[in-house]
Ligand binder design. Structure first.
Ligand SMILES: CC(=O)N[C@H]1[C@@H](OP(=O)(O)OP(=O)(O)OC[C@H]2O[C@@H](n3ccc(=O)[nH]c3=O)[C@H](O)[C@@H]2O)O[C@H](CO)[C@@H](O)[C@@H]1O
Length: 367
């Protein structure tokens, strides 16, 4: 089977695509892949690290307000469709799957116009512009939250979950801890602001740093690549407590998560799929800067079930953050209950569910 995967911009769209590819590689040794992304998105770095054939097109996202830039975007879209058609024909794609981000627009649209079976994977509880547009042309829409169902035509929708939920299962937490310099005999809090980091979270953590140094747990604090230098400078002034390890980005997140007891994070949908699949309690600080405030809706879908504490960015202070971390980590009973609730929400077999949908479509198309 020849499979084209497209998704990009941020980790939340790329990691599900990679997890799906790895699942298919396990099940079907003959499968061939082509990943289509953009040079500017994180995918150009992350996908090429994984030795997956990668090609790029040039495309930008739509602005929500009327602007001349949007005219240029339409022209880039049309050019992107043309280039995608060429790539898809050359590769002889049997199926095309888009995992979100605006790069999927021209790729998946081109595939649908060529009559190639198509799927979009929507990670969030509220879909973005590109997936809403594409849903009219594709054969299936794979979703991760029941809340997303109402945005698409019901005969196309199938609840698969997020393939990244499968990939994080069964990893060695001790190896994960050691790989980043954490001790193996103390609980671990992972603080991370999504795949690109989050300034407001960084500011709150910096203000908590000295007090965190006195806690009976350790902290792995991931700043995001672009914020690392700035954070480092501040930490050099404040002093870096022994129990706080600071990194710009984590490339072996599944292993690290396996060794984590509590996550403090934004509520990007892929992160949520990972932590629920593993049953890790969390403090979620949704980004208020995303389309239709979808991160808050993602977070509520988890916190309403007792699996997470919701901390809105407007209420985020160093004091509050530490209080809530203590509340969970220093209370065994609460920790246990939250773990159970998180686990109940996870869909650990998401990758094979999504692959089943792909196989069915290819079979129906007689490929
Ligand atoms: C600002 C923005 O638009 N964010 C969106 C983006 O978030 P973002 O890209 O931050 O997505 P998520 O939080 O969902 O996923 C991040 C992914 O990156 C991985 N990771 C993160 C940090 C790190 O150091 N190493 C690492 O491997 C995580 O394990 C996870 O697999 O896509 C998500 C999924 O569609 C959306 O829900 C988010 O709203």
């Amino acid at each position: 089977m020849k499979i084209v995967v497209s998704g990009g911009g941020t980790g939340g769209h790329i990691y599900p695509a990679l997890a799906l590819i790895r699942e298919i590689q396990k099940e079907n040794k003959d499968a061939e892949f082509l990943y289509i992304g953009t040079e500017k998105g994180l995918e150009s770095k992350i996908v090429t690290r994984e030795n997956i054939p990668f090609k790029s097109i040039h495309i930008t996202g739509f602005r929500r307000k009327l602007s001349f830039e949007n005219v240029k975007t339409v022209l880039r879209f049309l050019k992107g469709v043309q280039n995608s058609k060429k790539m898809l024909k050359e590769f002889k794609a049997d199926i095309v799957i888009g995992t979100g981000g605006y790069v999927c627009g021209p790729v998946v649209y081109a595939a649908a116009k060529l009559g190639i079976p198509t799927i979009i994977h929507e990670q969030n509880s509220v879909p973005g512009l590109t997936n809403k547009f594409l849903s009219r042309y594709v054969d299936r829409v794979a979703i991760c939250f029941n809340e997303a169902k109402s945005f698409f035509s019901s005969e196309k929708v199938v609840l698969t979950g997020n393939p990244r939920a499968s990939e994080v299962i069964g990893k060695d937490g001790i190896k994960g801890k050691l790989s980043v310099g954490l001790k193996t005999n103390q609980p671990v809090v992972l603080i991370v602001g999504g795949s690109r980091g989050a300034k407001p979270i960084n500011e709150a953590v910096l203000k908590s740093l000295t007090e965190l140094g006195e806690k009976p747990y350790q902290i792995l604090y991931v700043t995001g690549d672009v914020h690392y230098e700035e954070v480092r400078k501040e930490v050099d002034l404040i002093g870096n407590p022994d129990n706080v390890i600071i990194k710009p980005f984590i490339h072996n997140m599944p292993e690290v998560l396996a060794g984590t007891d509590l996550v403090v994070a934004r509520s990007g949908a892929t992160s949520l799929a990972e932590i629920t699949s593993l049953g890790i309690p969390s403090i979620l600080i949704p980004s208020p800067y995303v389309t239709n405030n979808h991160q808050e809706k993602n977070a509520r879908a988890v916190s309403d079930h007792g699996a997470a504490i919701l901390l809105l960015e407007k209420d985020l202070t160093a004091k509050k953050l530490i209080e809530q971390m203590d509340q969970i980590l220093l209370d065994d009973q609460k920790l246990k209950e939250m773990k159970k609730s998180a686990k109940r929400l996870g869909i650990p077999d998401a990758a094979s569910k999504l692959y089943d949908v792909m196989e069915e479509l290819v079979r129906e198309a007689g490929k």
